[in-house]
Design a protein around this ligand. Structure first.
Ligand SMILES: Cc1cc2nc3c(=O)[nH]c(=O)nc-3n(C[C@H](O)[C@H](O)[C@H](O)COP(=O)(O)OP(=O)(O)OC[C@H]3O[C@@H](n4cnc5c(N)ncnc54)[C@H](O)[C@@H]3O)c2cc1C
Length: 377
């Protein structure tokens, strides 16, 4: 990595996190790693110093997640808790919300999940119907969410809902902090093929009564707040994917150097070596775009970061799927054994292609926003 792209601090952070990841490895205990990463200041590296964070940005947080992933122990909740929820609260929360949540998110003692996806809305988040209505000074929140990660291990979930605009009657998005045990807030675990410590849930909100201060920031700034969280989410998903791709590729390279069935290691055959080299190039390119997106975001350029973050997520998702596929293939039959642990990544790699926004929706975004092509939907 060139000195112009990463500072000495970034490089030091990378190697320190890599060492932590190496100590935990592929059979990691999620809670133990979360606690240790928090204690070392890695989980809150992007949060303001004033609230116990490291005062850095998404550039630093994405380094942490990438390196943990590259060591085989990614912490999925980093995409959600410090990156989306931490960012939204730090930028738009009230002083009381900042004091209550930011130090706890930074030191890892509390975690927050994030719920936007709905069964009947999916990729079309304009169609969400989870609705908040006023009851005195309280809010009553009703709706359904699906595929929400880590709700069982999170102290609260940041739920994207809508309120009715008193003037126009139109529904506008707004964000609510819903405690895990709030009355009327129930969850059902979805039976996923993924082998991960973080589970996905279908949520039902049935007239969940929330105090006025559960609403994040300002009722009229919901859309702005939501968008503020989405760029960090995409950048962090890119970091997640690049880490996983690097992990798979490293296993394949080690194997290809040793495994000999003719008169040279299989890695000497170009049919084995070239796809691995291509996978490496694709991951490096995706990381370059991720760094660009993170740099733009940290510099306060939300619009510029939007395009770069989408492209980074797309490139990283595709690079990860290809790297995992080639890694599994390189190990022959061993690619499918539990012992080598690569086959389970075939499913895991697909997550970065579909969430938080699918490959096709990014291609739509680039077609319309960047290329100015007309919309079909
Ligand atoms: C492991 C996992 C964890 C997740 N965690 C969370 C979470 O913590 N919080 C949360 O809110 N959500 C989460 N999600 C949900 C995720 O963000 C959604 O799955 C994703 O946004 C896609 O929505 P959908 O599944 O409803 O697919 P759909 O919207 O039904 O799309 C299905 C297919 O149609 C394609 N498609 C749809 N519309 C178009 C179009 N206009 N043009 C071209 N193609 C189109 C899509 O690309 C996709 O391939 C998670 C999902 C997974 C798998």
């Amino acid at each position: 990595m060139s000195a112009t792209l990463e500072t000495d601090e970034h490089k030091a952070l990378r190697s320190a996190v890599a060492a932590l990841g190496k100590r935990h490895g592929r059979d990691f205990d999620r809670e133990a790693l979360w606690a240790e990463a928090a204690k070392l200041g890695y989980l809150g590296v992007n949060l303001p110093e004033q609230y116990g964070g490291g005062g850095g940005g998404i550039s630093e947080l994405s380094i942490v997640l990438e390196e943990l992933g590259a060591a085989g122990c990614p912490l999925l909740m980093m995409v959600v808790s410090p990156a989306i929820c931490g960012t939204v609260i730090a930028r738009f929360g009230t002083d009381a919300q900042k004091r209550e949540w930011l130090p706890a998110l930074a030191d890892g003692s509390r975690t927050m999940a994030f719920g936007i996806t709905e069964p009947d809305a999916g990729s079309n988040s304009h169609r969400i119907t989870t609705t908040a209505r006023k009851d005195g000074t309280d809010w009553l929140l009703t709706g359904r969410k699906v595929f929400i990660s880590g709700v069982d291990i999170a102290d609260a979930t940041l739920i994207v809902g809508r309120t009715e605009d008193a003037r126009t009657g139109r529904l506008k998005p707004c964000l609510f902090i819903v405690p895990r045990d709030a009355e009327g807030f129930s969850r059902r675990q979805i039976d996923m093929e993924l082998q991960a410590a973080e589970k996905q849930f279908e949520l039902t909100l049935d007239d969940v009564r929330l105090p006025a201060d559960a609403l994040v920031g300002d009722e009229d700034a919901g859309l702005l707040q939501l968008f503020a969280g989405l760029n960090p989410e995409r950048i962090m998903t890119a970091a997640f994917a690049i880490g996983m791709g690097r992990y798979a590729l490293a296993q394949a390279i080690t194997y290809a150097r040793d495994r000999t069935v003719w008169n040279a290691p299989i890695g000497a055959h170009q049919a084995v070596a070239h796809p691995l080299a291509q996978a490496h190039i694709d991951l490096e390119l995706a990381r370059l775009m991720m760094q660009k997106a993170a740099a733009l975001y940290d510099a306060g350029d939300d619009v510029g970061a939007g395009e770069a973050a989408n492209m980074a997520k797309y490139a990283a998702g595709e690079a990860c799927v290809k790297a995992v596929d080639q890694a599994v293939h390189t190990l022959g039959g061993n690619g499918l054994t539990r012992e080598f642990g690569l086959a389970r990544l075939i499913t895991a790699a697909r997550v970065a292609r579909i969430a938080p926004v699918s490959r096709e929706m990014i291609l739509n975004y680039v077609s319309h926003q960047t290329l100015g092509l007309p919309k079909s939907y």
